[in-house]
Design a binder for this molecule. Sequence first.
Ligand code: PAN
Ligand code: ZN
Length: 188
Amino acid sequence: MTNITEPLSLALGLASFRSVEGAESNVRRLSDMVDYFADNEALQRALAAGDRVVYEFVELTQEGSDGVLSFGLTRIRPGLVGREYHMTKGHFHTHGGDEVYLVSEGRGVLVLQSRQGDCRAIDMAPGSMYFVPGQWAHRTVNTGDGDLTFLAVWPGDIEHDYETILREGFCKQVLEGPDGPLITELRG
Ligand code: PAN
Ligand code: ZN
């Protein structure tokens, strides 16, 4: 948890975010993603070769309901588990807090799913921002050859709910196809 009361300028890199007092570093390895990638056999094969990092994120979390903002930087390494690209777990925000993403490097897809089951997949590119409405679960997929790095900014009074979307499952999957990323509908 942080309490930032002075203006701050940060380069969009993990190291500079980590240098802020109270920053929380998170690493998600293959072993943390067992329930998330669809092809469990491919995951076990990849794990046998080493428990590699799938993504890292550094959060500067501020708590409060009076317009306080939290923010974080995520870097997803390039890679595949079977035909599925490296991706984040994905979550809903409790209380429906909106979020803004800004991509600094890489290529990817933002997969969104509303509480009513509406489903979207939006291409992500450097220099573009993405608005995540409060009632939509969101997951980020790295479809490129290099790191996908993005800034996220969200309200301080939300919690991250991973359970609901894990139980429901995202309705779109992003797979490596013969001519690049292929977005498949799992249902709906
Ligand atoms: C992001 C995510 C970050 C990691 O900062 O928390 O990209 O993804 P998971 O939290 O799904 O593992 C964000 O959306 N914050 O609200
Ligand atoms: Zn979020």
